[in-house]
Design a protein around this ligand. Structure first.
Ligand code: CU
Length: 669
């Protein structure tokens, strides 16, 4: 680690210069300007914005116009920024998905995101390219209500941390498994004995800080994040699951957590001892600082079997001594069992510890009811997420253009015989929906590709969670023993072990046409990311009222990279016209369609070039935060305003910007 130019090392919660031999008598180096990560002292790449890990918090009020200038300061990678959870109504080209809604911002280039901040809630921003997010390119995005509140806000971003995380290497590890010497890595197991992403992790971080534990369980004493609280005050923790691959169980010693919102939407408050947050999810909880003045552990533990990967932070009551907490986690007893919200399995394998499933919660009274399913008008789809990374046996073929704005220039249809129930295919898989339809989607996780639970994130919508079904479990061992029987994954007479389950349906046909029993229609939660448990399913609905081309994918980053993603092609003809300055992208030679268009547009080409944004783009750099030898830095600036960005209007070649019809070959499921 380095503080600008001084090499430092961690000891007993502080940092010291490398030439200090006895830290017990030396003055520590302030940790504020050092990216410490887990205190790992060897070189490690981080990819960060404005020199911070996590990047800067973006906190705005509901309804404000947000303008973010992004300059890619990396030397060898393109990037985009996705605004996770924001529906981007009317601005689908600002969704930040490379080769779906925009071209990547190339090294040295800039791009200005401009969109409306709505709805209120806890969101975040992150790179959508490669493993940049896993390497640190993320931050909080909070949209506050324009009302006074007596509750203090605290932001807590929790993620796993690796000492080596590189895009192509992750895919290779995923495909061929990693080796130490000639010994393959052991299969990682979750607490229910189902699988986990194969790559090992090295630590957990809260707001960019954590500790590396050696094999003996001894930590390296790296500095941790400290949340200062005042006795008698109520706090709202906005917890963001910024993990790359792992889920965390979060708790605070000595304090009951009142969970009040998830993924930006309020819910009927529920008191729990802890909750599980998966990559991409958010949970807001409130605590009352009503315990004896002191220091308390905030704990995040992974759900890995036989591992000790923790993301710890300190709840520090003002006026308490600055010392490490000595507290223990809540004792779970027969008379006072611990409740864990959002387990990805049915039983938590600890004594007197009970899982509370997410679909047992209700939205706040202000929440909307689920859209009505009208037989004949509404549609239902079954989508199976599995390995090799795919959806319904289709591994995502990423376009080399921006299909949102260049729909006629890309075609990679998922057609037979290329795709089948028993063989994987690679194509641009898209679900075509529109006309204000109610769409019921069943995410499930069965067949030959099952093995791990997947947190699935939908862009463009916060879906209504109607029901969750889990696999079958041994109530004594808490281990998974079979799939949920509600879904007939393969059709009659087929072996599910050989099937990608592309023809799944409800085992009981009376459940079709929106008639699944025991679904929550009046007060369903609204979420944009949800765990699809292995062997289980999630029933959700959306109203197709947001025209766009929306990415939907597993939020475990290597699974996304490997192809566990698809598109929702929603009301394409109704997508509003994008600003002319948004550039097209294409390979060389370009598609035949473009080759023809270029010929037609030559006379206007200079005008097109002039149409790039030339408003008040400024750059700002905050150097000084360095962790290792290799640090890539993105420079990003936020300007929140209502009219701070001038844009010149030029005439452009209309046919080159044609996005008025869905020329892209997207398959209807
Ligand atoms: Cu996944």
């Amino acid at each position: 680690m380095m503080n600008d130019t001084i090499l430092v090392y961690p000891y007993n919660g502080s940092l010291y210069a490398y030439n200090v031999t006895d830290p017990s008598v030396a003055e520590p180096v302030p940790p504020d300007n050092v990216i410490t990560g887990d205190g790992w002292e060897n070189p490690r790449l981080v990819t960060v914005v404005n020199g911070k890990l996590p990047g800067p918090d973006i906190i705005v009020y509901e309804g404000q116009d947000v303008v973010v200038h992004v300059k890619n300061g990396m030397r060898s990678e393109g990037t985009t920024i996705h605004w996770h959870g924001l529906p981007q109504v009317g601005t689908p080209w600002m969704d930040g998905v490379p080769y779906v809604t925009q071209c990547p911002i190339l090294p040295g280039q800039s791009f200005t995101y401009r969109f409306k901040a709505e709805p209120k809630g806890t969101f975040w921003w992150h790179s959508h390219v490669g493993t940049q997010r896993s390497n640190g390119l993320f931050g909080a995005f909070i949209i506050k209500e324009r009302t006074e509140t007596s509750t203090e806000d605290l932001i807590l971003q929790i993620n796993d941390w690796n000492h080596d995380m590189y895009s192509d290497m992750e895919i290779i590890k995923d495909k061929y498994r990693g080796y130490d010497g000639r010994i393959p890595w052991p299969t990682k197991r979750s607490l229910d004995n189902s699988g986990l992403h194969i790559s090992p992790i090295h630590a957990g971080l809260i707001n960019g800080r954590g500790r590396y534990y050696d094999t003996n369980g001894t930590d390296n004493g790296a500095p941790l994040t400290i949340f200062n609280v005042m006795l008698g005050t109520k706090y709202r923790f906005r917890v963001i699951g910024t993990s790359s691959t792992n889920s965390f169980r979060v708790s605070v010693d000595g304090h009951t957590l009142t969970v009040v919102a998830s993924d930006g939407y309020d819910l009927d408050p529920v008191d729990v001892e802890s909750f599980v947050i998966n990559p991409g999810e958010r949970f807001d909880f409130e605590i009352m600082a009503n315990q004896p003045v002191g220091n308390y552990w905030i704990r995040g533990i992974t759900l890995e079997k036989g591992q000790n990967h923790r993301a710890d932070a300190i709840l520090h009551y003002i006026n308490a001594p600055a010392s490490q907490p000595q507290t223990s986690r809540q004792l779970c007893t027969a008379t006072k069992p611990c409740t864990v919200l959002n387990c990805p399995f049915t039983y938590y394998p600890e004594n007197y510890t009970e899982c509370v499933k997410l679909d047992k919660l209700k939205s706040a009274p202000s929440g909307k009811p689920a859209p009505i399913f009208e037989p004949g008008r509404s549609k239902e789809y079954f989508l199976n997420f599995g390995f090799p990374p795919s959806v319904n046996g289709r591994s995502f073929d990423t376009p080399d253009v921006n299909p949102l704005l260049q729909p006629k220039e890309w075609s990679s249809p998922c057609t037979s015989p290329q795709c089948g129930d028993d063989h994987l295919c690679k194509c641009t898989h898209a679900l075509e929906i529109g006309n204000n339809d109610t769409v019921q989607i069943v995410f499930f996780n069965m067949g030959r590709g099952k093995g791990a639970s997947h947190p699935i994130h939908m862009h463009g919508h916060s879906f209504y969670v109607l029901k969750m079904g889990y696999g079958q479990y041994n109530s004594t061992t808490a281990e998974i023993i079979g799939d949920n029987p509600d879904i007939n994954c393969t059709g009659p007479g087929k072996d599910s072990k050989k099937s990608f389950c592309t023809n799944a349906t409800w085992r009981n046909s009376s459940w079709l046409n929106g008639n699944v029993p025991n679904i929550e229609l009046n007060h369903p939660l609204q979420k944009d990311t949800i765990i699809v448990p292995t062997g289980g399913y999630v029933v959700l609905r959306i109203k197709a009222d947001n025209p766009g081309l929306w990415n939907m994918h597993c939020h475990i980053e290597p699974h996304l990279l490997g192809g566990m993603q698809m598109l929702i092609n929603e009301s394409f003809a109704d997508i509003p016209k994008a600003p002319d300055w948004i550039p097209d992208c294409f390979s060389y030679p370009a598609s035949p369609y473009r080759m023809g268009l270029i010929k037609n547009c030559q006379t206007n080409q200079s005008n097109q070039n002039d149409a790039l944004p030339v408003g008040q783009v400024t750059t700002e750099n905050h150097p000084g935060l360095l962790i290792a030898i290799l640090v890539m830095q993105i420079i990003m600036m936020l300007v929140v305003s209502f009219a701070c960005f001038r844009q010149r209007n030029y005439s452009t070649c209309a046919v080159c910007k044609g996005h008025d019809e869905p020329g892209i070959s997207l398959e209807q499921q």
